[in-house]
Design a binder for this molecule. Structure first.
Ligand SMILES: [Cu+2]
Length: 118
């Protein structure tokens, strides 16, 4: 993170030199590292699952904001999705309504709850 800030500062420092001849009609360049906001239904951050209520059988996205890999294990189902650091995966909710415990295979202290509704 610190390195990308230094890199950004270096880019900004060089910008006035090249800005004069840059076209103003060009499309904005997407930032690769600065904008990291991912709209996921369930996020894993600081080794914690966010809570989520989802319709039975619906798909939802899971984003891992940590620099460590995690899994999303839904107790009582076959769902055990690996979510690598920085990755987003799509998971299908259980087909039966209820409250399901979430856990991570890699970190036994990680627990959460997924609420499935009809
Ligand atoms: Cu984990």
């Amino acid at each position: 993170m610190k390195r990308s800030i230094v890199l950004l500062a270096a880019v900004l420092a060089l910008t006035p030199v090249t800005a004069g001849c840059a076209s103003t009609t060009g499309t904005p360049q997407p930032s690769t590292s600065a904008s990291k906001s991912v709209a996921a239904d369930l996020t894993i951050e600081n080794f914690t699952f966010s809570s989520l209520s989802v319709k039975a059988g619906a798909t939802f996205t899971v984003h891992n904001s940590d620099s460590a890999d995690h899994t999303l294990n839904i107790a009582g189902t076959n769902t055990d999705a690996q979510v690598n650091a920085g990755a987003t995966v799509t998971v299908t909710a259980p087909s039966k309504a209820g409250s399901y415990n979430l856990s991570c295979d890699f970190h036994k202290t990680m627990h959460g709850v997924l609420v499935v509704t009809n």
